[in-house]
Design a protein around this ligand. Structure first.
Ligand SMILES: [Zn+2]
Ligand SMILES: [Zn+2]
Length: 445
């Protein structure tokens, strides 16, 4: 996608099944209404009947397409596409079975997705690679309902759509450049699960915000977002490398300015903060946590995210460190917070441990992502936590109790907070101004 020439809606390329997924077979089905065709590498094409199940396989270093036992094609690559642009509707497009959702997360699962637009199938290192090419606004309508449930109030869907549009166009991190795609289908980029959850409301929220993006100076904002900041938003530079962004800063997610009372880089303030229940937009004061499942995307586990507690047992933690970091840990002696960001998220954590010869070592985890990933097999909700070591009869702690807040990196728009604001009646622009201070809205196309 070339931004310089962006005066009309571009197409976007989304990786659905990646070479790293190592698929050797993909099963699909053409829609029951609509006229689809196979387009071969040499430009020839073949019409496909409606509701036709197809199987794509790797075979002797080639890609082969089957209708039952009948081989329709064998070659390097093939496209499956509608003969004419199809209308966007819930569950429209080609059905692709068993696509990974939550790639590399503990809740990884396989889901069936309906994909609008064109599918490009090719081979990479003898595994299948599936790219969905579709109009950008169609993609955004699908993202809005994959990230959050379409039952959300319109202001939230609109704010989410504008953030997603801006983030993608800002292209601050194209993680899959070598694959020739703009983004993948998963949380690594933005969650895209096709038209399965699409509703009339989500289609309307993309239409009413069509082409609208957040700008700061002359640049499209790198509009980051996460599930729950925990009451105070984190700054860009506490999570990612690179220079600070003036619209991604530490800020109170409330009418009240909590940052006046709490400096969350300080341990005693963090202690008070995480054991208190401030009335932020993302707090249960505004959004009832038992109601969250009505609003969150369907693959999220519902639970308590604003304030939470997790216990790490000594044996589990030891095993985890040995597995994840290939260490020789006999027992963890303690953990020390070396640095926190302004939302209280730990960005450097020291872990003191004894090896089998009772020698003391220290390792440092230097990133909120690593901290969340290394400490817990289910990926900790966030790195904003305090640590309490509990002793049994031994010289080393029996367990560590983590009391934490928030879900995700906490930078930019807080999705549960934005939901809270929308439920309290704030409009789209006010919500975006709150989460991306100093930004302005502009219409690109
Ligand atoms: Zn990605
Ligand atoms: Zn928040």
């Amino acid at each position: 996608m070339n931004l310089q020439t962006l005066q009309q809606e571009p197409d976007i390329r989304i990786g659905i099944i990646l070479p790293e997924d190592r698929y050797r077979e993909i099963r699909l089905e053409t829609p029951r209404n609509g006229d689809y065709q196979l387009v071969f590498a040499n430009g020839r094409s073949m019409g496909l009947s409606p509701g036709l199940p197809l199987r794509v396989e790797t075979q002797n270093g080639k890609l082969a397409v089957f209708d039952g036992d009948q081989k329709l094609y064998s070659g390097e690559r093939v496209h499956i596409q509608p003969k004419a642009a199809a209308e966007l509707a819930p569950k429209s497009g080609i059905l692709v079975r068993d696509v990974i959702a939550g790639r590399s997360f503990h809740w990884k699962k396989y889901i069936d997705v309906h994909l609008p637009g064109k599918l490009e199938l090719s081979l990479r290192n003898d595994t299948l690679f599936l790219v969905n090419v579709l109009p950008f606004e169609t993609y955004l309508a699908c993202v809005a309902t994959s990230e959050m449930n379409a039952a959300c109030p319109p202001a939230l869907l609109e704010a989410q759509t504008i953030a997603a549009r801006s983030w993608l166009l800002a292209h601050a991190e194209n993680k899959h450049h070598e694959l020739g795609i703009d983004a993948c289908n998963d949380d690594c980029c933005q969650r895209y699960q096709g038209t399965g959850f699409l509703t009339a409301e989500a289609i309307a929220s993309t239409q009413t915000t069509r082409g609208r993006v957040l700008m700061y100076d002359d640049e499209i904002c790198d509009a980051r977002y996460s599930k729950s900041c925990g009451g105070i938003m984190e700054a860009y530079e506490a999570v990612w490398k690179g220079k600070p962004k003036p619209y991604l800063v530490v800020k109170s997610d409330a009418r009240e300015d909590f940052t006046q009372q709490f400096d969350l880089r300080r341990e005693d303030d963090v202690q008070k903060w995480l054991t208190s229940h401030p009335k932020s937009f993302c707090s249960p004061h505004v959004v009832d946590e038992s109601e969250l499942s009505r609003y969150l995307g369907s693959v999220d586990e519902s639970g308590r995210y604003f304030r939470w507690q997790v216990t790490l047992r000594q044996e589990e933690l030891t095993q985890r460190l040995n597995e994840m970091l290939k260490l020789d840990v006999a027992a963890v002696q303690g953990m020390q917070v070396l640095e926190r960001g302004g939302s209280g998220r730990i960005v450097r954590l020291g872990i003191d441990f004894l090896d089998a010869n009772m020698h003391l070592h220290t390792i440092t985890l230097k990133d909120q992502y690593d901290i969340r990933n290394v400490l817990h097999r289910k990926f900790l909700y966030s790195s904003a936590f305090i640590i309490e070591a509990k002793f049994g009869g031994d010289a080393v702690p029996r367990e560590f109790v983590l009391t934490g807040g928030g879900w995700g990196h906490g930078v930019g728009l807080c999705q549960i907070g934005a939901l809270g604001m929308a439920l309290e009646g704030f409009d789209t622009e006010t919500i975006l101004q709150h989460y991306y201070p100093g930004s302005r809205l502009e219409t690109l196309y």
